[in-house]
Write a protein of this length. Structure first.
Length: 553
């Protein structure tokens, strides 16, 4: 049959979704056998929703949103979960001898033929996003798990039989695996298992915001807690003191590292699991979201032969990702890089990484002293928590080493005050510090449902006070792609303070914060709020998000 339809790439260029240059880049960089659509998604040139709309037009097949779709769960017995996951499809409804199926690739005729033979129905296809289908499979296929079966015939839930929590086919093992799989599918950063008086809430932190994903019966608490403790090598008989552990698992062939923390509460042990997806680490400085001037300054700071570069911000503001991206750029066979971390989050080839262990006296300061005898060029300290670590770090930087580290402070200038407050002499701070990068994470506006709005009077005032003009702002309407939040993904906003001779003199003279700030303004430092406002102007985020993490003066 002669194909008269236009090619996908030409359609996307015509629709104005990508440029000719982006199309050529994707064609040049796509792997053998990879579809052009997948290559464009991987490069971030288009979103899945945009691709589907163009495919709908090209193929004449309707597209469907699975968010809150009224699935007929009886149909799930027709198509096994393994088949659904392998071919990325899910049954929607049945009409006479027709079975309607949502597929990520409705041109996969082999899968359609297999379904027709296996079910005996004529198959009618619709297009849905890959993410949508996988979320739906994970959510609905295991909905009929019988929770009574989890506790079984145990009279006392706290007395847990070994086979109940270690046998791979037991209901509690399947439940925990499903909780982990859902979290990875939703790209959550943390899983919270919250015991309450009559139930257990499972909450996921997605893009920095917590939301309840499912409610479990109270009688599953004992076995659920025991299963997670066994996976993370914790003491299942101890319920009264907090415990910390780690789990390394493969979820859908992705290596996932989980940091597990338990905390005794009134209604039982609360468990929080921090997810480190080892396959999605940010290794490129250019992808950190630094604007042109800040990127230039940051590169200059980390390419210095000696001195300290600090990355600051609260927990969960992406400090570690920035540090690892910097180390990745500096990593070459000509330099010896040693890190001392608590814990070692990501392992990087060619870098010597040390794990802190206070139980045997291996603290940051002790590890740092040993490192200095190992002829290092670049040292990375996970966090400066006390005066002792700060002193050793400063001594290392003054003897010809480049030291990278993090500190929990609000902004770049506050870091100087914090170091002096720790007991470090101002002249040591001034002579060792090269620069400080303060960072926060804000949610990105969803590309699939963004809409233009006129800025409010308050927004105009905020922009005017920082000397920026603005005509329009973008906000997300809410769609299935972003779970009706209007946001999808996160980006960092930065403040890069370069410590020059003038600033060193002010620090040594213990000058006031006002004078330090005036000099930073004179040196054209882009403050957190300014970088945030520039990203609003570019249509990347919203004013609400920026004001959540940065305060306008």
């Amino acid at each position: 049959m002669k194909q008269t339809r236009k090619r996908l790439g030409d359609l996307l260029v015509e629709a104005g979704l990508i440029t000719e240059q982006q199309l050529q880049t994707a064609l040049a960089e796509k792997k053998a056998g990879q579809r052009l659509g997948d290559a464009l998604l991987q490069q971030g040139f288009i979103t899945e929703q945009q691709l589907i709309e163009v495919l709908e037009f090209q193929l004449g097949i309707p597209h469907i949103t699975l968010f809150r779709y009224p699935f007929d769960t009886k149909l799930f017995s027709l198509i096994p979960k393994e088949t659904a996951k392998r071919n990325i499809l899910i049954p929607l409804k049945k009409e006479g001898d027709k079975l309607f199926v949502a597929m990520a690739d409705p041109m996969d005729f082999f899968a359609i033929d297999d379904l027709r033979l296996a079910t005996g129905f004529q198959i009618e296809t619709a297009i849905a996003t890959k993410d949508d289908i996988i979320k739906a499979i994970n959510k609905y296929y295991d909905m009929e798990d019988n929770f009574d079966e989890i506790v079984g015939d145990q009279a006392q839930p706290e007395i847990v039989r070994d086979e109940t929590i270690t046998d791979q086919d037991s209901p509690v093992v399947r439940l925990v695996n499903q909780i982990l799989l859902n979290a990875v599918t939703l790209k959550a950063s943390d899983i919270h298992i919250d015991p309450q008086e009559t139930k257990i809430a499972v909450r996921y932190r997605v893009d920095g915001v917590l939301r309840t994903e499912r409610i479990l019966p109270k009688n599953t608490q004992g076995v659920l807690t025991a299963r997670i403790k066994i996976m993370s090598n914790l003491d299942i008989t101890e319920h009264r003191t907090p415990q910390d552990g780690r789990i390394k698992v493969n979820v859908e062939l992705h290596p996932i590292d989980l940091r597990v923390s338990t905390l005794p509460t009134v209604f039982g042990e609360k468990i929080v699991m921090r997810i480190l997806d080892l396959s999605s680490t940010l290794n490129d400085i250019n992808k950190l979201g630094l604007n042109r001037l800040n990127l230039e300054r940051f590169n200059r700071l980390i390419e210095s032969p000696s001195g300290i570069v600090l990355i600051t911000g609260p927990t969960g503001s992406g400090k570690s990702s920035s540090l690892y991206a910097a180390l990745n750029k500096l990593n070459s066979e000509e330099v010896n890089i040693i890190t001392v971390e608590d814990p070692v989050e990501f392992q990087i080839e060619g870098i010597n990484q040390i794990q802190v262990n206070p139980n045997i006296g291996m603290t940051f300061a002790a590890g740092l002293r040993s490192i200095l005898r190992q002829d290092p060029n670049i040292i990375m300290i996970g966090e400066i928590r006390d005066k002792e670590t700060a002193d050793v770090a400063i001594r290392a930087s003054l003897t010809g080493h480049l030291v990278l580290s993090t500190l929990h402070t609000n902004d770049s200038l506050g870091t100087i005050t914090r170091l002096v407050d720790m007991g470090v002499e101002p002249f040591l701070v001034a002579s060792s510090l090269n620069g400080i990068v303060s960072q926060r994470l804000v949610r990105r506006v969803c590309r699939d449902c963004k809409e233009e709005h006129k800025p409010t009077i308050r927004e105009l005032e905020i922009f005017k006070s920082r000397g920026i003009t603005i005509e329009k702002v973008l906000r997300g309407r809410g769609c299935s792609s972003c779970n009706m939040t209007g946001y999808k993904g996160r980006i960092a906003i930065h403040e890069v303070l370069v410590v020059n001779d003038e600033l060193r003199r002010l620090i040594m003279n213990r000058e006031s914060m006002t004078k330090l700030k005036d000099l930073a303004v004179k040196n054209k430092t882009i403050f957190l709020i300014d970088d945030g406002l520039l990203k609003i102007k570019q249509g990347i985020t919203t004013t609400e998000e920026v004001l959540r993490v940065a305060i306008p003066e």
